[in-house]
Design a protein around this ligand. Structure first.
Ligand code: G3P
Length: 233
């Protein structure tokens, strides 16, 4: 499994019907092709049922969409960090706005991921929660205003102050945390703008998973991610 590098394009397949079974594998393989073509890290987070199969078939980083705050044991139906690791994932989203956790559970999940050498991608919704999240030392933090999720209205254009504010706030609290932004990211230009604002990549779902031509969408994003990154350095 390849290492995570930045800029990072993280693709959350959520539980869209377009991402079940064979389609999860198809979307992951497209992501791998584009990652190879541009040399940009593209990570995928398939539905949990498809995670092991996807991780077995692609070299790009595979993430779980959620892990429960439990040790292995009698937790019927839960998702346990050790099992996510055994399935071949390199990390997990934590506290996505569609799967919110209590603060104590976020701390426990981050601890469990660290114990299993899994990368944590903590999702937050405001600059204030990004500050709180940074204090818990996730590996990666994504700022995603929930009201923009799934709208196609990109956070990097609709709320640049949220992206910039989160990047500055997190860097002040914990400079080791990599900041992504997400919600409505739909084009390469949205990705370039996110990187201009200081994000080290993007987290997106519908623009890729529901696209008529996911490969074309991702090629545009990978190209602009590189272009934006070169301007940064
Ligand atoms: O996890 C990323 C997701 O919440 C953003 O959704 O569809 O606006 O890219 P979307």
């Amino acid at each position: 499994m390849r290492k995570i590098s930045f800029p990072l394009i993280a693709l959350n397949f959520k539980t869209y019907a377009q991402a079940f079974g064979e389609n999860a594998l198809r979307l992951a393989k497209i992501a791998e092709e584009v990652s190879d073509q541009f040399g940009v890290t593209i990570a995928v987070a398939p539905p949990i049922i498809d995670l092991a199969r996807v991780a077995a078939e692609v070299e790009i980083p595979v993430f779980a969409q959620h892990v429960d705050p439990y040790e292995p044991g009698s937790h019927t139906g839960s998702i346990i960090a050790e099992d996510v690791k055994a399935a071949g994932a390199v990390g997990s989203l934590v506290n996505h706005s569609e799967h919110r956790l209590k603060l104590a559970d976020i701390g426990m999940v981050l601890k469990r991921l660290k114990e299993n050498k899994l990368i944590s991608l903590l999702c937050t919704d405001t600059v204030e929660t990004a500050k709180a999240g940074a204090a818990l030392s996730p590996d990666i933090l994504a700022i995603e205003p929930p009201e923009l999720i799934g709208t196609g209205i990109p956070v990097s254009k609709a709320k640049p102050e949220v992206v910039r504010g989160a990047v500055h706030a997190v860097q002040k609290i914990n400079p080791d945390v990599h900041v992504l932004c997400g919600a409505g990211i739909s084009t390469g230009d949205d990705v370039a703008r996110a990187i201009e604002l200081g994000a080290e990549g993007v987290l997106l779902a519908s623009a890729y998973v529901k696209a008529k031509d996911p490969k074309m969408v991702l090629i545009g994003m990978a190209r602009e991610a590189l272009r934006g990154w070169e301007k940064r350095i």
